[in-house]
Design a protein around this ligand. Sequence first.
Ligand code: KE4
Length: 428
Amino acid sequence: MNTSKSRELFASAEKYIPGGVNSPVRAFKSVGLKPLFIEKASGYKTFDVDGNEFIDYVCSWGPLILGHSHPQVVESICRAAEKGSSYGAPCQQEIELAQLICEAIPSIDLVRMVNSGTEATMSAIRLARACTGRDKIVKFEGCYHGHADSFLIKAGSGLLTSGVPNSPGVPEAFANNTLVARYNDIDSVEEVFEKSGHEIAALIVEPVAGNMGLVPSRPEFLQGLRKITEEYGSLLIFDEVISGFRACYGAYQNEIGIEPDLTTLGKIIGGGLPVGAFGGKREVMEHIAPLGGVYQAGTLAGNPLAMAAGAETLKILKKEDPYDKMAKMCIFLTEKIKDVFAQRSIDCSINRMASMFSVFFTGNEVVDFESVMTADTEKYALFYREILERGVYFPPSQFEVCFVSSAHDLYAIENTVKIVSEALDKIS
Ligand code: KE4
C-alpha cells in the first residue's frame, strides 16, 4: 500500500504539532506504523491522501453512528453555517438538542452542553463535590473519562496504549483524591467505601467499559454501585460518552433500568462536531451557575453548528431506529471473525455490545482489567498491519473499541471477514 503522501504530511505535522497528532492514540505507535492522513470519508468508507480506501470501524472513536458525511447531517451543518457559526448567546438549536436528550434519558431533567467528553466529566465531578461537600472520587482501573487531572490515574484508552496509566503533571493532591477500584468487582468497591465512604463525593463509571477494549459490565456490578453510592450518600455518575445513544435511542442506563445521579455524554450527541454534555436530576443540576454557585462555562458551548449536527443525528436515530440492524450486522461480523480465528486455531476473545466490539488476542474470557492485560498486543499489531494493508481500518490499539455504523452493509461486513481471514493466513 502506497503511503508516501501520508508520510510526507506526518513529517510536516511533526514540525508543528507534538508527535504530529492532536490526540495521542492517533499516532499509530502501538501498531508500529506511522499514521495515515485521511482526505475524505463517506458512509463506512475513509480515503487517505494516497488514495487508499478503507472500511472504517473507528468512526471517529464513536460519534459517526450514521457513517461519515451523512447527507442530512451535512445539510443541517451547512444550513446552520449560513446563519453564522457561533453567537456566544442562546440560540434555538440548544433547546432542540437539550430537549431531545432530556426526553430520551429519564434520569436527566436538566442538561448542560459543553465542547467535549472531558469537559462533561470534569464538570460532573466538580458538581458532585459541591453537592456533597466531599473531595474524593472513585474510578475504575482501565476506564477513561477524558484527560482532566482527577481521571489520569490508572486510566485506559491512550494512557493504556502508551503504557503510562498515570500521567506526569497531575499534582499529588489530585491523585490522592482519586481512589481506584476494579471493574466488575463489587467487593473492591465495598473495600474502598468501607475505608473512605464518607469522604467520597462520587463514583464515576463507564456502564459499558470501552477504553480497555470492550468490557461489558455485569448487571449485579452496576446494581451494586447504585446501592453502595446511595448507602454512603455519594453520587453515581454514568460516563456514557461512548454508550450514550449507541445501544438504543437513549443511554445504556435505559436498557438496564438503573438511574445514576449524573450522566455524561459526548460523541454521538454531536454528530461528528465537538459536543459533550452532563445532566441529571433538577435538584442536582440546579447547583450549576448561573442557577447555583458551581461555576462551569464555555465560549463555544451550545454553538448552533454543533447543536444542529447533534440534533439532526438524534432525530435520524429516533426516526429510523437503526439499532436492531446495526446489532445484527455486528453479531454476523463477530461470529464470522470468531470462525476464521478458530479455523486457524489462533486464540481470540471477542466482546460485543450492540454495535460495538473488540477482538482480543487472548484465549481467556475478557471480563475485567486483569483479563484484558492477557491480550497479546504484539499479535494485535501484526494483525492490524495486515488488515490495514488490505483495506480494513480498526482502532490502532488493542485497548479501544470497533464500531459498526448504520452505513455498514453486508458487502462491507463480508469484505471485512475475507480480509481478516487473509490477514490471519499471513500471520499464522
Ligand atoms: P473527549 O474529551 O475525548 O471528547 O471525551 C473523553 C471521554 C470521556 N469518557 C469516555 C468514556 C471516553 O471514551 C472519552 C474519549 N474516548 C477516547 C477513545 N476511547 C477518545 C479518542 C481520543 O482520545 O483520541
